[in-house]
Design a binder for this molecule. Structure first.
Ligand code: OAD
Length: 258
């Protein structure tokens, strides 16, 4: 593995720009549960059963309860060495662009801790746990905190002087919904331009995000995967390192950035 880490670091030192695609596994070392694998279920539910427009239409209280639980969990978590190493690499001047499937905000927090003020090199493909939007008029709002999920009457509504009173929903992308076209368009432009793609902690089975690594690979650029387990991305990866994110990612970052 040490050789592989050195090889990967050598590739990344020569590559610019670099696209970093991350999934729940990068936050696992911060204590955020992943969706699949051990600890992936909330009660008896899989993400695919709750993160859908149908599930929300059927039982908005249950879906809000799940998101409230996730928000509470994440609120007690901090960026780990992998988030911080990536942000530090950006702060050192490297052209590194991060596209994350995570809604936990930990990449953004790492950027702020590292002194990065411009959010232009981070895309949150699936939205954020900390936002809400109206199901009737689509107006965006901060997610009220806390949300009373005890019964349907306490669920958040579109409020304020311009509010329409419609039911708010989490401002995230659910299964069966399109991603924001500007966000995914930028992500694919980054994948086209990337001289290497570093894929950290994703099962690689949710599209279109997983397709970003494929686009980079099809263009002949290197794909480096960090994951304790093999995934569909392993098949296309130039190099697949079996390891945890917090332990491995900091060792991949080239020391000198020109
Ligand atoms: P998953 O839960 O599907 O996969 C997490 C991946 O992280 C797995 O491949 C694990 O092997 C790996 N992993 C676990 N611990 C790790 C560690 N310490 N370091 C590195 N990797 C580790 O999460 P995602 O791939 O992010 O979408 O899931 C993709 C999307 O499906 C999510 O954004 C979410 C989900 O349902 C929606 O809700 C729309």
């Amino acid at each position: 593995m040490t050789d592989q880490v050195g090889h990967a670091r050598g590739i990344l030192a020569e590559a610019s720009p670099v696209l970093v695609l991350t999934g729940a596994g990068i936050s696992a070392d911060s204590g955020v549960p992943t969706f699949r694998g051990e600890g992936g279920l909330w009660r008896e539910f899989r993400a695919e059963e709750l993160a859908t427009p149908d599930a929300f239409a059927r039982d908005p209280r249950l879906v809000w309860e799940w998101y409230e639980w996730r928000r509470r969990t994440v609120a007690g978590c901090e960026p780990n060495a992998a988030h911080l190493a990536l942000a530090g690499w950006q702060a050192a001047g490297a052209d590194v662009r991060i596209a994350t499937q995570n809604v936990d905000g930990l990449h953004g927090m790492a950027a702020r801790l590292t002194g990065i003020t411009d959010g232009g090199r981070l895309l949150e493909l699936h939205g954020t746990l900390f936002g809400a939007r109206c199901t009737a008029c689509a107006r965006r709002a901060e997610s009220p905190d806390p949300i009373d999920t005890g019964n349907g009457a306490g669920l958040p509504r579109c409020g304020g002087p311009e509010g329409c009173g419609g039911l708010l929903r989490p401002d995230v992308v659910w299964f069966g919904e399109p991603l924001d076209p500007d966000v995914i368009g930028t992500a694919f432009a980054w994948a086209e331009a990337a001289a290497a793609c570093l894929v950290v902690g994703t099962s690689g089975i949710v599209q279109p995000a997983a397709g970003l690594a494929e686009v980079t690979r099809e263009r002949g650029a290197a794909v480096i995967e960090i994951n304790p387990e093999s995934t569909p991305i392993t098949r296309i990866a130039t190099l697949s390192i079996r390891g945890g994110a917090a332990d491995t990612v900091p060792r991949l970052i080239p020391r000198a950035v020109s």
